[in-house]
Design a binder for this molecule. Structure first.
Ligand SMILES: Nc1ncnc2c1ncn2[C@@H]1O[C@H](COP(=O)(O)OP(=O)(O)OP(=O)(O)O)[C@@H](O)[C@H]1O
Ligand SMILES: [Mg+2]
Length: 287
């Protein structure tokens, strides 16, 4: 096919050899299948900020660290230099997240770098080489749903251990190949410790995934992984070895236990008094 303009620099630099076909054009990016030597890869071309639905960007970017302070000031002022820097930070966020997560044992497409606003990565396919479907297009048995749900919860935990919350996790941003779920679409990943919205985003991510898998295994709706993970994360106790149960002792529940215990103790005291009274009455009758 004719090479799209945004991919020309990569072709000229020899980063890609041929653009094979368009794969998908979403709100934020156009995705192409490209050839690099004898490998087939995936190129994600980010749309410019004005063409992206950028309304909620501030929500996601809160707490994002920018190392160089001149750059940070320019981004705050919104100068042209600043806008370009904001663009670059946004684009690099995805490739950074991919490298981080791959190192943490989360299944993501293998990244090959981000150049001129184009992310090069592994094309996720099935064994026949066909592009892997999105989770949204996959039905499964209850057993498979329970297994994959648990695996995705493990991935979410590993992301949180790396200090990240996906922020847009759903059945549309998970691909399924012959080995299982693969997490994609991470430019909006948020800094779990610095962003005040991280907790609610984690909750939403986990609920989206649980709701999807629960179509095949309804009992999954009872699980509470987000609350469990966040509790450990906040206490600084979440590690790759943390074993999650999907259950949490809600604070409410703890309060209930206390009041039930108090009630039981009161009943025991009343019973003791009653018996003392009975005993005293019996002794009176004897005389
Ligand atoms: N590495 C990949 N391998 C195979 N397919 C991919 C890969 N990356 C993206 N895709 C396909 O391209 C689609 C769009 O990619 P992605 O979700 O990253 O971009 P997006 O523009 O942010 O999407 P949207 O706005 O629709 O969520 C995916 O739903 C998937 O079908
Ligand atoms: Mg997407």
């Amino acid at each position: 096919m004719k090479t799209p303009k945004r991919l020309l620099p990569l072709l000229e630099d020899g980063l890609i050899d041929e653009v094979l076909r368009p794969l998908m054009s979403g709100k934020e990016a156009s995705v192409y299948v490209v050839r690099c030597g004898d490998e087939v890869r995936c190129a994600k071309v980010y749309k410019e900020a004005q063409k992206r639905g950028f309304k909620k960007a501030a929500l996601y970017q809160e707490g994002r660290k920018v190392r160089n302070s001149r750059r940070a000031r320019a981004m705050e002022k919104g100068s042209r230099f600043g806008r370009n820097q904001t663009e670059e930070t946004w684009q690099n966020a995805e490739v950074d997240a991919l490298y981080k997560l791959a190192a943490q044992g989360v299944r993501v497409p293998e990244p090959y770098g981000c150049f001129d606003g184009v992310l090069l990565m592994e094309l996720v396919t099935d064994d026949e080489g066909d592009v892997a479907p999105r989770l949204n297009d996959v039905a499964m048995s209850a057993e498979q749903a329970r297994e994959d749900h648990l695996l995705v919860m493990e991935y979410v935990k590993r992301m949180l251990c790396a200090g990240l919350v996906h922020g847009d996790l759903s059945e549309f941003n998970v691909l399924v190949d012959d080995y299982g779920p693969v997490i994609i679409d991470l430019p909006q990943a948020v800094d779990a410790a610095a962003n005040n919205n991280a907790r609610s985003m984690l909750e939403r991510d986990v609920n989206n995934m649980t709701r999807y898998y629960a179509q095949f295994a309804e009992e999954l709706l009872e699980t509470r992984y987000a609350a469990e993970m966040w509790k450990l994360f906040e206490a600084g106790e979440l590690t790759l070895d943390s074993e999650l149960t999907g259950l949490v002792e809600e604070d409410l529940h703890t309060a209930d236990v206390d009041s039930v215990m108090a009630e039981i103790q009161q009943i025991l005291r009343d019973e003791e008094k009653r018996r003392e009274r009975l005993k005293a009455d019996g002794e009176d009758d004897e005389h």
